[in-house]
Structures are given as C-alpha cells and as structure tokens.
Ligand binder design. Structure first.
Ligand SMILES: Cc1ncc(COP(=O)(O)O)c(C=O)c1O
Length: 411
C-alpha cells in the first residue's frame, strides 16, 4: 500500500503536542477523535499558563496595568481571528463559547426579531444538531418553517433539490461548510448563490472547516460564520461568530449585562457597538488569548503541505478500511476532509470502539450529534476516525490491526 509523502515534518509537529506521548492501556495513544476536539500544542498550553502567571485581570474596565495588559492581549487575539478568516474589521469578530452559542446568538437575535410566520429557514440533511435545534426553536417562536436540502447516498447535497427548496420565502440559509459525521466538504458557493439570488441571509457552520483549510469570509460573502477554538488546536469554551458589520449594527443584543452597554439608567439602557454589544459579562479571557496562540501555530505551518498531507491520510485510511472485509464506509463524497465514518457488518459501533480503546486507539462511536444522518443511512451510529496533521499512516495501520482483532473477538 502506498505510504503518504512526507510533505511536512510530522515528527517535529508531534513533538509540539505533549499529549501525543501518552500511553493508553499500555499502548501508544492513537488519537483519531479530532472531529470532536483536537489536541493542543505547547504554544497554546503556555499561553494559558502565562496568562494566569503574568496577566490575569478583568478586561475593558480597569485603568491599572494588569487590566490593560489583559485587554490588549484579548484584543490582539481578536485581531488574529479577523486576519485568520480575512474579515474586514475586528468589530465583526464576536467571541462566544463555541459554535453552538454562535448559532443560538443568531437565532435569538436576528431570527427572533426578523422571522415572520410563513418565512422559511433552509438547512441541510447533514447538519449537526447545533444547526438544527436552535432553528427549530426560533421557528416555533416565530411561526417560520424549517426546510431541508436532501443528500444522496454518497453524502453529497443534491443541488437540483436545493434549487427547488430555496425560494422567495427563504429568509436564511444555515448550512455546514463541512460535515462532522461524513467529512463532506459542501459546495457552499453554489448553494449560497441560490440563497443570495432570493435575498436570503447566509450562516455557515465552519466548525469542521477551519481546522483543515483556509476560510476567507469576504470571498465567501456569507453573512455569518461560526466555529469553535477547541476543534482547531485551541482551548475549549471559546468560539467565534463572524457577522457582517452592517447586519451586526442592525440586530439587537443577545444577552444583557456588563460590557454590552453604553449607558444604563432604570428608565433606559443604550447599547455598546459590535462586537461588545454581543459580549455581555466577563468573557473567557485566557481562552480568547489561547485561540490567538492556536492561530499563530496554524499560521506557522505550510497550509498547502498540511492539506496535501491530510488528503494523503484520508486516501490511505479509506483504502486500508476498504480492504477489510465487512467494512462499509459511510460518506464517500468526492471532496472530503480527513474524516472517515464506517461500520463493520454485524458488529455494533460501540463494541468496536471499546476494543479499539483497549489498543490505545481513540475513535468516536455513535451518532456524532447528527441523528438525521444516521437515520438517512439506516445505521444506529458509526465509528468515526477523524485525522489531524499530527496523525500518521503507522497509526492507521494500528487501527486496522485493532479492527481485525475486534472482528475476531466479536464475531
Ligand atoms: C459541524 C459542527 N457544528 C457544530 C458543532 C458544535 O460545536 P461546539 O460543541 O464546539 O459548540 C460541532 C461539534 O462537533 C460540529 O462538528
């Protein structure tokens, strides 16, 4: 079997991630659960330790030295995020708890205030629950209707159906850029054009896109873009909502509290400008700063080499799994990130996951917060191996050996 070309120095990269040296059940850890959360390089860990060792203070409110240091570091991180996704202005970059909160912010500010009975919100058949349930909730609150673009058996969206579903009643197209359950990179440009032609707004869920390829929100011309730091080598508890400046200026705040106000009296409160208007209360300061460090880490890598290397892992893993009798790969889109969902004939995914864990191999089993996808493929769940640039073909070989073992033990 063809091994991957060493286009990046994987050994050096692995040395940056201390957790990768861990042993699990006496075996070297093989971490293939990057779709759920990625591991963190030392640079990110150090950013958190340094923050608490030298900078800790509340931001935006103090004139004292530490408060100014913390504020500067937090705002520098916001600038790094702006550049990372090529946004026009830092005022378009809102710190959130993660992708889920970003979507809930849009549904409960824009959605709650602008959707009317009979308006339609269009999502896709492969969405994560985070991009289904908040829309269902706001549809219930406003009388709007949720419509779904179907997919085919490869896990690709059906564009002719999208064209039929997106209509003059569509107010919002909210879709995932990349599928967490299937790995599909969606043809967002084509579907967004359909939405733009009918004057709908567009939200892209980029949680699984930003860890793998460069995203340019101005080139995409989406209205909102959401993602989580923890899936892109940053910390948990922090994420980003990008919104176009014009739209953020129009929509009301999300939560009320400190930082989001200009003036408060008991009679009337006036609101701060974006992004602060949407950032009530003390935020995850060290998380924002550490997200900035994760961006520094990613920027220092050769993007094209990372993409080539990850593609080689995807190809190698797919071929190796296909060679195992009884394996069914779920999601065979032409364009994928290195995520492989699969099942083994006659064996429950959890049982396979359990035996892989005994061999030190971390995969995710279950519905991956995408129950409609599991229903579509008529499976209770899948085994999902999701790779990052620090994974290797040797690790894939270990997984294949462990799968053979699981088959022997469970049949
Ligand atoms: C595509 C997608 N959207 C949304 C989410 C939710 O992200 P978070 O839990 O970080 O808010 C995930 C997490 O798995 C995801 O993969």
């Amino acid at each position: 079997m063809e091994k991957e070309k060493q286009l990046i120095d994987v050994a050096a990269i692995r040395a940056d991630f201390p957790i990768l040296a861990t042993r699990v059940n006496g075996k070297p850890l093989v971490y293939f659960d990057n779709g759920a959360t990625s591991q963190k390089p030392q640079l990110v860990i150090d950013a958190i330790v340094n923050y608490y060792s030298h900078t800790n203070s509340n931001i935006h409110r103090g004139v004292h030295h530490l408060s100014q240091l913390a504020t500067d570091a937090y705002e520098v991180a916001r600038g790094k995020v702006r550049d990372f996704i090529s946004a026009k202005s830092s005022s378009e970059i809102i710190f959130t708890k993660g992708t889920t909160e970003g979507i809930n912010l849009v549904t409960q500010t824009w959605g709650r205030n602008y959707l009317k009975p009979g308006d339609e919100v269009v999502v896709t058949a492969m969405e994560h629950h985070a991009n289904i349930v908040p829309w269902q909730m706001v549809c219930e609150q406003t009388g709007a209707i949720l419509k779904v673009i179907p997919m085919d058996s490869n896990g690709e969206l059906i564009l002719e159906e999208a064209q039929k579903i997106i209509s003059s009643r569509t107010r919002m197209l909210a879709m995932m850029h990349v599928s967490n359950a299937l790995g599909t990179i969606n043809p967002v440009e084509q579907i967004m054009e359909m939405a733009r032609n009918v004057g709908a707004l567009i939200l892209l869920d980029g949680a699984q896109a930003v860890p793998h390829f460069k995203v340019d929100v101005q080139a995409l011309d989406c209205d909102f873009y959401v993602f989580s730091a923890h899936k892109m080598f940053g910390p948990t508890g922090v994420g980003i909502l990008y919104g176009k400046e014009r739209i953020l200026a129009e929509i009301p705040p999300y939560q009320g509290g400190g930082d989001m106000i200009k003036t408060v009296t008991f009679e009337k409160t006036t609101y701060n400008e974006s992004p602060f208007k949407f950032e009530a209360g003390t935020p995850n300061i060290e998380g924002g700063i550490a997200l900035g460090a994760a961006i520094d880490y990613m920027n220092a890598l050769n993007h094209d080499a990372v993409i080539d290397y990850e593609n080689s892992l995807l190809h190698y893993g797919t071929q190796a799994l296909k060679a195992v009798e009884g394996v069914r790969i779920i999601g065979e889109a032409a364009h994928k990130v290195p995520v492989i969902s699969f099942n083994i004939n006659g064996i429950h995914p959890y049982d396979v996951g359990f035996i892989l864990d005994k061999q030190g191999i971390a995969v995710r089993t279950g519905h991956h917060c995408a129950q409609p996808v599991m229903d579509f493929f008529k499976v209770p769940g899948t085994i999902r191996a999701s790779f990052a640039f620090y994974n290797t073909t040797q690790e894939i070989d270990s997984m294949i050996d462990a799968i053979h073992l699981a088959k022997k033990m469970l049949k």
